[in-house]
Write a new protein. Structure first.
Ligand code: BGC
Length: 488
């Protein structure tokens, strides 16, 4: 049996997010100024089971324990760390008083932010939070890891989004987050400010994590803020987030000159239930709507406001959206299996495959499922890579992992998925720069709380002590040797 050997400069790392990791070890670590904070504390959400009742201030406490966690990463042998500052910590109060020039055509095509504006923003920023993030970033660098800074991983400041008012007024009142165009402008200011402050420290940048999950779960589901079901709002949010990404990309380029400004996206490749022409077509539509639609906009500058014929709309060419990613981050957890369905959806996700399975069971394909009920389907990571490879950008696996508190599946999940990444590199010619596992330690799994455990390292949320799971040793062996085992 021969091993699969990854390229020598391949990055091995982990991904984390501020909200899921930071709070928990001290009173000072608590940030109550975001939509997600309010969302998880909302009694209506808790009573109706939309959220778990777990709250971030009982979390793993990275804000205070970051040095310990970086040491754990070093012990595993990692050389890359993906992190995000939270917008609500940097700007707990509105930045609207800093007036900037906004140029419009078919949308916001340019935002002119000057050094003088940045100085004004500096006065509004929470200096303690900025200083604290700088300490965290420096420690990552000093420990020899590449610093991958992502600007947005879901929480929005309350002055941008009040999710309870938004939900209760069905998007008619209050601060409406990505539903409003002003968020595009304010996001650009925040991004420009962070790029200007931390430009010298970051090795790579991403504007956002999984914008597609925000417009899907926030506006087609009840569990993510603002929890309204409204496909038209979902499309509007998606378009605003595309614009926000493009304008954020411009700012990072302007203030850092970095060659690595990208986007992190949840790529869920789809497969037809049967080999029939209808099902194959359904699968193509699913891949287009869930993934390619977005990249057509930010790489090719084609904004399809009909969202693949689901709404009245057209394909608009927008130069200002074109070529707005130097690299693409692929987050992969599972696939979707689809079958054809009536208009305007054209496809339907088939239960008992992909994300639609029962916890700790088997899918219809006899694959194991996670504590979350997600099917483990290693071949899908190769498909995900190939789906976005067509855009010719360097890629990175920016998230991959499993909710598995007992660590029964993870020791198998890591090598099987890596073997498929290896095949994508060697056999399909994909340029994959690295693999970031989700995640280093147990953390707050959004609406699902602390029950879903994704850590290579177990965290006792009472004492905040960390204990490596067996799979941490497996990932360690991989990162030290660059080898993984071939698996079928
Ligand atoms: C998100 C993470 C999340 C993980 C597991 C990704 O969609 O970026 O924040 O914890 O999936 O659900």
């Amino acid at each position: 049996m021969s091993e699969y050997c990854f390229p020598p400069r391949f990055l091995w790392g982990i991904s984390m997010s501020a909200f899921q990791y930071e709070m928990g070890a001290s009173k000072e670590s608590v940030d109550p100024n975001s939509d997600w904070y309010v969302w998880l504390h909302d009694p209506f959400n808790v009573v109706n089971g939309r959220v778990s009742g777990d709250v971030p201030e009982n979390g793993p406490g990275y804000w205070d324990l970051f040095r310990t966690d970086h040491d754990w990463a070093k012990w595993i042998g990692l050389n890359a760390w993906r992190i995000n500052p939270d917008w609500s910590r940097i700007f707990p109060r509105s930045t609207e008083e800093v007036k900037v020039d906004v140029h419009r055509d078919e949308g916001i095509i340019d935002i002119d932010i000057t050094e003088r504006d940045l100085e004004k923003l500096d006065k509004l920023a929470n200096a303690d939070a900025v200083k604290h993030y700088e300490e965290i970033f420096r420690d990552i660098k000093e420990k020899g890891m590449k610093l991958i800074v992502n600007l947005y991983h879901w929480p929005l400041p309350l002055w941008i989004h009040d999710p309870i008012v938004a939900r209760d007024s069905f998007l008619r009142e209050g601060a409406l987050g990505w539903y409003e165009e002003r968020s595009v402008v304010e996001f650009a200011k925040y991004v420009a400010y962070v790029a200007w402050k931390f430009g010298g420290l970051a090795d790579m940048w991403s504007t956002m994590n999984e914008p597609n999950v925000v417009w899907m779960l926030g506006y087609n589901n009840l569990i993510f803020p603002p929890g309204v079901i409204c496909p038209e709002a979902s499309l509007r949010v998606a378009i605003n987030m595309i614009e926000a990404h493009a304008r954020a990309y411009d700012q990072i380029k302007r203030f850092t000159g970095s060659d690595y400004v990208g986007i992190i996206y949840a790529v869920t490749p789809s497969e037809p239930l049967t080999d029939s022409e209808e099902d194959r077509r359904a699968s193509e539509i699913s891949d287009y709507r869930s993934t390619l639609w977005y990249f057509e906009a930010i790489i090719n500058g084609i904004l399809d406001t009909s969202f693949g014929d689901m709404f009245e709309g057209e394909k608009i060419t927008r130069k200002d959206l074109k070529d707005k990613a130097d690299w693409i981050g692929v987050n992969y957890y599972s696939r979707s299996v689809v079958t054809s369905f009536k208009e305007p959806y054209f496809y339907r996700v088939v239960p008992n495959y992909g994300f639609a399975c029962s916890p700790r069971s088997k899918s219809s394909d006899n694959r194991p499922t996670s504590d979350f009920g997600w099917e483990l389907y290693p071949e899908g990571i190769r498909k995900a890579i190939n789906l976005v490879k067509v855009y010719g950008k360097p890629l990175m696996i920016t998230e991959n992992g499993v909710a598995d508190s007992r660590d029964y599946i993870r020791p198998w999940q890591i090598p099987t998925h890596l073997a498929q990444v290896y095949k994508a590199i060697r056999e399909d010619g994909a340029n994959v720069m690295g693999y970031l596992h989700w995640s280093l330690i147990d953390n707050l799994e959004w609406a699902a709380g602390f029950r879903q455990r994704f850590g290579l390292i177990y965290v006792d949320m009472e004492t905040k002590r960390r204990y490596p799971r067996p799979s941490a040793f497996i990932y360690r062996a991989v990162s030290y040797t660059h080898l993984t085992l071939p698996t079928t």
